[in-house]
Design a protein around this ligand. Structure first.
Ligand SMILES: *Cc1c(COP(=O)(O)O)cnc(C)c1O
Length: 290
């Protein structure tokens, strides 16, 4: 298996000092160069479950820049699975991230946007007869995914008032909130939603009665999912040049920008300790760097 327990590093910025807060970053991006961040946490129990059920073929779903598919392709190769991905988009869509997946042996099935919506049916139509095939939800979402993300909290040795992560499917936030609840911590899980108009993204969290343990911020998506702008790119450059830490433009930069903005707005009590989860995803930079 892959060693997790990722390191925590302090972030030293004048703003944080002025506001008398301590901000740390948990480097889940260091878990693995390709099976990075929350994607390994989300896959860990899923892959164990597939192995236990003697499945040999992992089938999943994603867009052309899916960090989840990179993680799945690499992890699949590492743990002896064949991998197939339904790619949302036209036949022949290609880019460096998809090309990497091919090196790990992943096969693609290009799927138009309408059929892509019904993933169960796609799986059933293509692999219903293949008893070796195992369905892995888009983004690694689901119960087993959230279970792996609980370890973000259970492996901590210090306590924090706030733990921040980016929110796509909200599986990572769910794991964090669940662990906070189970351990009866006073920590608040804070999700920065990177999708526009996704006010219902937390149905699973509500179902699991986690509402007292998290908050989702919906004002930091910077235009919507995978939408970037010069402000985001400037922030990435500023942050990288001051810390050496790279952020991706889809998730982690928006999460980190939000923490800076909230600090400016005095959202945090003085003496607060804040932990930001670097959920990885750095290959996504390949989509925008020129
Ligand atoms: C997938 C991803 C997320 C979103 O995680 P969810 O569990 O789907 O909310 C956050 N950050 C990065 C870097 C990702 O690749």
């Amino acid at each position: 298996m892959i060693e997790i327990n990722s390191p925590i590093e302090p972030l030293c910025f004048k703003l944080f000092k002025q506001k008398q807060i301590s901000v740390y970053i948990k480097r889940d991006d260091k878990i693995h160069p390709f099976i990075s961040g929350n994607k390994w946490r989300k896959l860990k129990h899923t892959i164990a479950d597939a192995k236990q059920k003697n499945k040999t073929h992992l089938v999943s779903f994603g867009g052309a820049y899916s960090n989840h598919l990179n993680a799945l392709a690499c992890a699949g190769a590492m743990f002896g699975f064949k991998t197939t991905a339904f790619i949302r988009g036209d036949e022949g869509v290609s880019n460096q991230m998809l090309a990497l997946n091919k090196l790990w042996g992943m096969e693609f099935i290009y799927t138009d946007r309408t059929s892509y919506r019904d993933k169960e049916t796609l799986f059933e139509n293509h692999f219903g007869q293949d008893e070796n095939a195992y369905f892995v939800n888009e983004g690694g979402a689901g119960i087993l995914g959230a279970k792996g993300c609980q370890e973000i909290v259970t492996e901590l040795t210090d306590s924090y008032q706030h733990i921040f992560c980016a929110v796509g499917t909200a599986t990572t936030l769910q794991g964090i909130a669940q662990a906070i609840k189970d351990q009866q911590l006073t920590t608040k899980a804070e999700g920065i939603c990177v999708l526009k108009g996704a006010e219902n993204i937390d149905v699973e969290l509500q179902k699991n009665q986690l509402q007292d343990y998290y908050k989702i911020h919906h004002q930091f998506h910077e235009g919507g999912y995978a939408k970037s702008n010069p402000k985001v790119m400037d922030f990435i450059t500023m942050f990288a040049s001051k810390t050496g830490i790279l952020l991706d433009q889809v998730y982690t930069a928006k999460m980190m920008m939000a923490v800076f903005t909230l600090a400016e707005q005095d959202y945090f009590e003085p003496n607060s300790k804040i932990l930001c989860i670097h959920t990885g995803g750095l290959l996504g930079l390949l989509g925008v760097l020129k």
